[in-house]
Every structure is written in structure tokens, then in C-alpha cells.
Design a protein around this ligand. Structure first.
Ligand SMILES: *[C@@H]1O[C@H](CO)[C@@H](O)[C@H](O)[C@H]1NC(C)=O
Ligand SMILES: *[C@@H]1O[C@H](CO)[C@@H](O)[C@H](O)[C@H]1NC(C)=O
Ligand SMILES: *[C@@H]1O[C@H](CO)[C@@H](O)[C@H](O)[C@H]1NC(C)=O
Ligand SMILES: *[C@@H]1O[C@H](CO)[C@@H](O)[C@H](O)[C@H]1NC(C)=O
Length: 829
């Protein structure tokens, strides 16, 4: 009987499986998988079998991708017990225990230790699922019980659907550990563990050294990690109840993403790019030095846009000013005035203390914290005040104005400034607080006077000045203080100039000779802060020379900014700085020369535009997007370019795009930048509404400029000069209308008819429209943009683009009114 049913089973398998009976996703008790045979999941996504990693000859049982990226291993069973020969064999016992046997005597080298008691009708099976999970189940005709699963014992890869965290019932802790080396999957030095002391957060360890942390869940995402909003690739979930605490993610599209802790300690989000058949870094958990655990010590606050990055929180001063001055911040900060609680006011009710709000932060380390999900922020403040060991508090969940209560019971460690709506309240002596409030009001008075002066003395950029001044006033006072630090920065320039070591220093003589003494006939353009010349060095290398027009302080700052910014940047889609020259009043930058000038030179010229066919333009779009992505997140600094436009995209001999002109890049800080701000603006036609009107810029302003560029690349028309007869539409409005009417292709320049790939053109227009949406928060991040351009999944519908004026779309009425007239006025230069 039994033999017969096996036959029938195989018969069915033969019919159902296209590639014969080798592709089975299930084995039953007493069946085995020998080295050389594999188990394949039903959709052929994953495969299980024996393999040897890298150069190693050892054999391991593992699971790897099959359909895509064949051989990329996501899980290994016998990590620490390799088999030296090909005698390995995976077997399932009747009781559900998975074992790996090897050698002549079938010695067990690994076991899942998962045996259960099995009833008469039950039978256990092991199955490889399309999620990459290997499961052992106990089945009878009515029930199916999970006995064991590989997802409970992750290796170095965190796959969609896996839970990272703790099962509070069984005590099982699921965490990620790195391999020892690319050739050795045994447990390495790095681990990412969901820590459940205090309020849960994920910590990254190197042995016993804490390297960094993914902040606690705040309802919208992980504190200090790019927000999930607008992320079209995956969604995270954080669950905390009496039974379990875990973090899990799911993919939103057909995109393949895995998170891996590399053997050298990087946590990378990798996505599979079908077009080029490669894994690309979608995100990196640690991006800059502020991600290093507690770089600034207790009560320090790290701001990546400031130099130095470490500052003390309001009401605190460096514990050791000498060390602090020498950029050694680990000892952190101490209170200027001691707390009164349990100390001065006698009754210990904390009345002598108050709280100071710090806006926009990644919250401090929560290992020594307590929390209550049902308290309001007011109750939270009371609870903190009453308990003298409480140093600060915040909302657990920042959605809908905040709910829940998180209290810190120790020194505040590893706080960083982060561009997100999360605030903390830190405990401070009431007397200290009074001083701060006073200085706050006098500061604002001074600012208002300054605004009055500006209003009466400056005519054209009045509105901009106002917008800027308002922004300053609204800035939290701690920013003001840190701004002062920036003023002390003069000294530190030499420190930052260390980065220039890799750059060549040119003498003025060399530069002058290369450019025929800065001859006008060598002039190829006017950059952000001075003329640009073409030159030829003695060795024949062609260079572009950027000469700072006059040595004003403003120019000097921009010069430093550009040098510091760009010296650290290395990307094939960024123009390369070769060296610099400082000679008395001369400040000169030397770049590689780009033979094909800039994108606008081709794009907006009737004859030259014929030289750019669709594949080239598509390549340019990709290149620019990758360059911006690098600026935004892959480089060590987060850089906002702020002046992306076709004129700043240079083209090399092969028409590869290179982003240039970093003179305006990065946030500037400090109170003395008002004048500069009036001068430094983006370029009309490319700036986003929130930047134009409120002076607020963010990575999303760059995304906006990118969207404009893509529409220009496809249409061959300048956004600035575009007008469409029937509707008074600008280029963005016109593109949007065509898209709504299903006629997007009408936007494409006629010169592309012959070379275009319609799907690529339509997709690019669609992505561009997502980038130019009116509200910054609706626009995708550059990450999503890059991915959307290369993948084939469905895209969300774009909402109204910015600067779109059309009475027939009443939704627009509710938006802040921005009209083209105002913008022109602001940016007329
Ligand atoms: C199947 O197993 C479940 C639980 O293990 C048991 O309650 C049920 O009676 C079994 N059914 C049969 C038909 O044996
Ligand atoms: C949380 O706070 C609420 C409201 O103040 C209180 O009733 C409850 O007992 C607290 N829960 C815990 C676990 O302390
Ligand atoms: C402060 O609160 C923590 C956590 O709720 C508690 O362990 C500690 O005993 C409290 N300290 C005082 C002085 O009440
Ligand atoms: C600082 O001043 C602003 C404007 O005058 C005010 O709204 C704000 O509440 C003040 N901050 C503090 C902490 O007093």
C-alpha cells in the first residue's frame, strides 16, 4: 500500500513540475538530501543544499536564491561545524528533528533539536518556502503544527517576514550575526540584537563594543532612521505585547530586498536590480559619524551639519573643556547648575526643576528607561518630575501629536539632531531655565530689529529675507547656541583641511600657465562664485579651473564649503576635484575637464539636441539620480546640493553625466549668514515651493529639481521658458495634464521619435511627476527614485505638481498660494 501511494505521488509530481522531479520543495520523515541534491521552493525563489562559500573547501548546508542572483546565501545550518568532504546529508527524523550527518559513520554534525511527540496519523515534513524559510511541520488530515523554522535562527541575513526580537513566552531571542569572513560563515564578531532592556531598540555590536543603534520605534519609524513615509519599497512593523517584542518588514512591490550584516560590520539594505543583474545598496544603517554610538558623550548632541559635530545640550557644558577642544568628546557634558530634586528643595517633589525642549532629535539610548503606553505627555512630565533619577522624557508614539511616555533614568547618551518631528524634554534646574527663557526673548527682539533693517534697506529680495528671518525666529533656541560654535569655526578649518591631503596642491604659476594667464578666450563659463577657465597642464591633462572672483569672506566660506564637501566625495557621477591653489588672495579649484560641456548646452539647442538620443538621455537620467543618491545618503556626509539644474550637469566624452558646482551645497548654519542667504539662492525654474517661499530646503528640494531636469531631458524644453498656449501651464503642469489624460508621450521631444523606448520614457515621466509634487512629503526619496527607474512595478499616482495654476483643479485652492510672479521677483538677479 505504502509503495503504491509513493508512486502516485511521484507521478503527480512529474506532471506538475516543469523541470522533472528534482525540483521538490518538501521531504518527509526518513527521506534525505545528500550533498549534490537540492530542495527548491515551489516558486523556485530559493534552493537548499550543500555548498562551499568563497574559496573555502568546507561544505555547509545552506539556503540561497535560485531564480535571481543564483548562489547568494541567506542562511546556513551548520555554521560552526563544517563538513570536510562531500559525505554530508540532511535527514528528517520521524519526530521532526532535522539532522545533518556526515562521514562513514553518519556522525551528526548539526541538529535542529526540535523533536516532538508524534501521534498515530501524523507525519512530519520539512518544506522550503518561497520566503526562504525552511519549516518543519507536523501534519495530519486536519491540522498542521509548526515544529521548527529556520527564520527563528537567523544568520547574517534579515529577510522580509522574519522577526527580529524576543519571544517572551519561550525566551527565544532572534538576532543577526555576521559571518567571520566571506569564506567562513561561522559566527563572526558583529551582531545586531533587538535589546529589550528599557524601551526596545536595536543595537549593533562588535564583540562587547556597542557600535551604534537603530533608535526605538516612534510610531512612524525608527528614531534616527530615514522615515518610512514615502518609502515605496518596504514597510516596517514593530510589535510589542505580553507574548513577544519584534521588528519585521515586508516588501511593498515585487522588488527583492534583503538586509545583511556583512562580515566587516556594515548593515546594508540590498536590492536586486534586474536590469543590471546586481545587488545595489538601497540603504546603509550607519551613514555618518553621528551614527557612532555616543560620539559626543553624556548630554552631548551630535549634528552632522555642524563643525565640530558635538555640542552640549542646553544648560550643560563640556566636562573636560581641554579634551573637548581637541575634538575628543567622549567625556561629554555636565550640568552648569545642579538639579534641585532630592537636593535643594527638601521635599523631593522636583518642583525646583523644569524641562527644556530639544526639537528634532534621534532620542537618547533607551536601555535605562521606563515607559507607559497609556500616559499623556502631561502625565509623563509629572512622572518624570516626581522621580529624581528621571533625566528627561518624551512621547513614545509621535503620531497625532504624541502619546505614551518614555522616561530616561540615567545620563542621556547618543542623542543626535535629526530632521524629524521628534522632541525630547530634558530636566534642568529651574534657575537655569529662567536664564534660558530670558535670553530667548532678547534674542528674538534683536532678530526682529534685524528684520526691520533688512526690510527697509533691501528692495528686491525682501520677501526672501522675510521668509529667512521667520525661519530663524522659529528655530529652536538650542540651534542658536550651536550656531555660536560655528562662529568659532575659523580655527577648525585647518582641522577640516586634513581631508585635502589626497588633493594635489597647484602653484599659481602652474595654473596661470595652464590657462594662458586666465585669458578670456579660455573662459568657459561663470560658476557659482567666479569664472571657470579651460586649461592644459604641462603633462597634457585638460583641466577646468574655477577662480574665486574676489576674496570676500562670503566667497571664502563657499570656497571652503566646496573644497571640504567635494574632497571627500568619490562617485562616477560627480565631477572630480583634482586639486586646489591658495595663493595670497587667490583661491582656485582645479577639476577634471569635461569635453562635452554641460547638459543644457545640448538639451536646449535645436541642432545639438539631435546628438542626444534616447538611450543616452536615459543613461543621463540614471547617472544623475545615482549621483544625487550618493550625495544624499551614500557619502559620509549628507549633502543637499540645492542648485541642481541642467547647467550644473557636466558631460564627459562618453556623455556620462557628472554633477558639479557644490558652492551652494549643504546646510549653512550660524547667525551671521543672513546676507549670504539673500545672495545664495537656487535657480529659478528648479527650486521647490517650500524653498522658494519659506526658505526651507531639504533633500526633497533636490528631488524636486531632479524631477524638473528629467522633464527637461525628455521634452528638450526649459521649464523656465515654457508656456503652453491653451492653459497657461508651465512645463510641470503641462506634463501632469498630459499624464492625467493618458497622453504623456506627447511631452517627448520630436527628435527622440526614432530612438525612444516608449515604456522607459513613460516611466521616467511618471517618476519625474512624483518628484515635482507640491508637498515635499509626497515626493519620493532619491532611493525610491533610483529604484523606481530601474524596476517595473506599479507606481503611485502623482498629485498636483508645484507652481501649477489652473482654476479647473480646485484642490489647488487649499494649498498655500504661490504664483509664478512672486517667484520671479524673488529670484531676479
Ligand atoms: C490532528 O492533530 C491534532 C493536534 O495535533 C489533533 O487534535 C487531531 O485530533 C488530529 N486529527 C486526526 C484526524 O488525527
Ligand atoms: C500607566 O499610566 C496609567 C495612567 O497614569 C496608569 O493608570 C497605569 O497604572 C500605568 N501603568 C503602569 C504599568 O505603570
Ligand atoms: C524612579 O522610577 C524608576 C522606574 O519606574 C524606579 O525603578 C525608581 O525606583 C524610581 N526612583 C525613585 C526615587 O522613585
Ligand atoms: C522663545 O520665544 C518664542 C517667541 O517669543 C516663544 O514662542 C517661545 O515659547 C520661547 N521659548 C521658551 C522656552 O520660552
Amino acid at each position: 500500500m505504502e509503495g503504491q501511494s509513493t508512486h502516485i505521488f511521484f507521478f503527480i509530481a512529474l506532471i506538475l513540475l516543469p523541470s522533472g522531479c528534482s525540483a521538490l520543495d518538501t521531504i518527509s520523515a526518513n527521506q534525505e538530501i545528500k550533498d549534490g541534491k537540492t530542495l527548491v521552493s515551489a516558486g523556485e525563489m530559493f534552493e537548499l543544499g550543500f555548498f562551499s562559500p568563497g574559496k573555502s573547501k568546507n561544505r555547509y548546508l545552506g539556503i540561497w536564491y535560485k531564480k535571481i542572483s543564483y548562489g547568494t546565501v541567506v542562511w546556513v545550518a551548520n555554521r560552526d561545524t563544517p563538513i570536510k568532504d562531500r559525505s554530508g546529508m540532511l535527514k528528517l527524523s520521524r519526530h521532526g528533528d532535522l539532522v545533518i550527518l556526515s562521514g562513514r559513520h553518519n556522525t551528526a554534525v548539526w541538529s535542529s533539536n526540535s523533536a516532538v511527540s508524534v501521534q498515530g496519523n501524523d507525519h512530519v515534513v520539512v518544506q522550503l518556502l518561497d520566503t526562504g524559510n525552511l519549516v518543519v511541520c507536523n501534519k495530519n488530515s486536519t491540522h498542521q503544527n509548526l515544529i521548527w523554522q529556520s527564520f527563528d535562527y537567523p544568520g547574517d541575513t534579515f529577510l522580509p517576514g522574519m522577526k527580529l526580537g524576543k519571544d517572551l513566552v519561550t525566551g527565544l531571542q532572534r538576532y543577526i550575526t555576521s559571518w567571520k569572513s566571506p569564506d567562513d560563515p561561522s559566527i563572526g564578531a558583529f551582531s545586531n540584537i533587538h535589546d529589550t532592556n528599557g524601551y526596545p531598540q536595536t543595537l549593533g555590536w562588535h564583540g562587547k563594543v556597542l557600535l551604534g543603534r537603530l533608535g526605538p520605534w516612534n510610531g512612524l519609524g525608527f528614531s534616527g532612521f530615514p522615515s518610512e513615509k514615502g518609502n515605496q519599497i518596504y514597510s516596517s512593523e514593530f510589535v510589542m505585547n505580553e507574548k513577544e517584542i519584534y521588528h519585521r518588514y515586508a516588501l511593498k512591490t515585487s522588488v527583492v530586498l534583503r538586509i545583511v550584516l556583512t562580515w566587516d560590520g556594515k548593515t546594508l539594505f540590498l536590492h536586486w536590480i534586474k536590469r543590471i543583474k546586481e545587488w545595489a545598496v538601497y540603504a546603509n544603517a550607519a551613514v555618518d559619524s553621528c551614527d557612532r554610538f555616543s560620539l559626543c558623550g553624556p548630554y552631548g548632541i551630535c549634528s552632522i551639519n555642524k563643525h565640530p559635530p558635538c555640542n552640549c545640550m542646553q544648560g550643560f557644558e563640556p566636562r573636560n573643556p581641554e579634551e573637548w577642544g581637541a575634538s575628543d568628546w567622549v567625556s561629554g557634558c555636565i550640568r552648569k547648575k545642579p538639579l534641585n530634586c532630592g537636593n535643594g528643595d527638601g521635599d523631593g517633589d522636583g518642583d525646583g526643576d523644569g524641562f527644556w525642549k530639544i526639537e528634532g532629535v534621534k532620542v537618547p539610548d533607551t536601555r535605562r528607561s521606563s515607559y507607559n503606553v497609556s500616559m499623556t505627555l502631561g502625565e509623563c512630565e509629572m512622572a518624570c518630575k516626581r522621580n529624581c533619577s528621571c533625566t528627561g522624557y518624551t512621547s513614545l508614539d509621535i503620531r497625532n501629536g504624541g502619546s505614551g511616555c518614555l522616561l530616561w533614568l540615567d545620563k542621556l547618551l547618543d542623542t543626535r539632531e535629526y530632521d524629524v518631528n521628534q522632541d525630547i524634554y530634558i530636566r534642568m534646574a529651574a534657575s537655569e531655565l529662567e536664564g534660558l527663557v530670558d535670553s530667548n526673548s532678547s534674542f528674538n527682539k534683536k532678530k526682529r530689529i534685524l528684520v526691520m533693517v533688512l526690510l527697509t534697506s533691501l528692495v528686491v529680495p525682501i520677501l526672501f529675507a522675510l521668509a529667512y528671518a521667520c525661519r530663524k525666529i522659529n528655530k529652536p533656541p538650542h540651534m542658536k547656541r550651536q550656531g555660536k560654535w560655528y562662529v568659532h569655526d575659523e580655527k577648525n578649518t585647518s582641522l577640516q583641511m586634513e581631508h585635502l591631503d589626497e588633493l594635489q596642491v597647484f602653484s599659481l604659476y602652474e595654473v596661470a600657465r595652464a590657462t594662458c594667464n586666465f585669458n578670456d578666450s579660455n573662459k568657459i563659463g561663470e560658476g557659482g562664485f567666479g569664472p571657470v577657465y579651460k586649461g592644459v597642464l604641462e603633462d597634457g591633462r585638460e583641466i577646468a579651473v574655477k577662480r574665486l572672483s574676489e576674496t570676500s569672506q562670503q566667497g571664502l566660506d563657499e570656497f571652503k564649503n566646496e573644497v571640504i564637501c567635494i574632497a571627500k566625495l568619490q562617485h562616477r557621477n560627480l565631477v572630480k576635484l583634482l586639486g586646489y591653489c591658495i595663493h595670497q588672495n587667490e583661491l582656485i579649484l582645479i577639476y577634471e575637464y569635461m569635453t562635452n560641456k554641460s547638459l543644457d548646452w545640448f538639451l536646449f539647442d535645436e541642432t545639438k539636441s539631435l546628438m542626444l538620443n534616447w538611450p543616452q538621455r536615459f543613461n543621463i537620467i540614471h547617472g544623475i539620480s545615482r549621483g544625487i543618491l550618493y550625495l544624499h545618503q551614500d557619502s559620509r556626509l549628507q549633502i543637499i546640493h540645492r542648485d541642481l539644474k541642467a547647467g550644473n550637469i557636466l558631460l564627459d566624452g562618453d556623455m556620462n553625466p557628472k554633477i558639479s558646482d557644490f558652492g551652494l551645497a549643504r546646510k549653512f548654519v550660524g547667525p551671521d549668514t543672513t546676507a549670504k542667504t539673500i545672495k545664495v539662492v537656487g535657480t529659478y525654474g528648479y527650486i521647490s515651493p517650500e524653498y522658494a517661499v519659506h526658505g526651507r530646503f531639504s533633500i526633497k528640494s533636490d528631488v524636486f529639481s531632479f524631477g524638473v531636469m528629467v522633464l527637461e531631458i525628455i521634452s528638450g524644453k526649459k521649464n523656465k521658458d515654457f508656456s503652453h498656449g491653451d492653459h497657461r501651464d508651465n512645463l510641470l503642469g503641462y506634463a501632469w495634464r498630459l499624464h492625467k489624460e493618458g497622453r504623456s508621450i506627447g511631452l517627448m521631444s520630436a527628435s527622440l521619435q526614432a530612438s525612444c523606448v516608449v515604456t522607459e520614457v513613460l516611466r521616467s515621466i511618471h517618476v519625474a511627476l512624483l518628484c515635482v509634487q507640491h508637498h515635499a512629503e509626497d515626493r519620493p526619496t532619491m532611493l525610491s527614485v533610483v529604484l523606481m527607474l530601474v524596476s517595473e512595478g506599479a507606481l503611485p499616482e502623482p498629485k498636483l505638481p508645484a507652481f501649477f495654476i489652473e482654476k479647473s483643479y480646485p484642490e489647488f485652492e487649499s494649498l498655500p498660494s504661490v504664483d509664478e510672479h512672486t517667484i520671479t521677483q524673488l529670484y531676479a538677479r
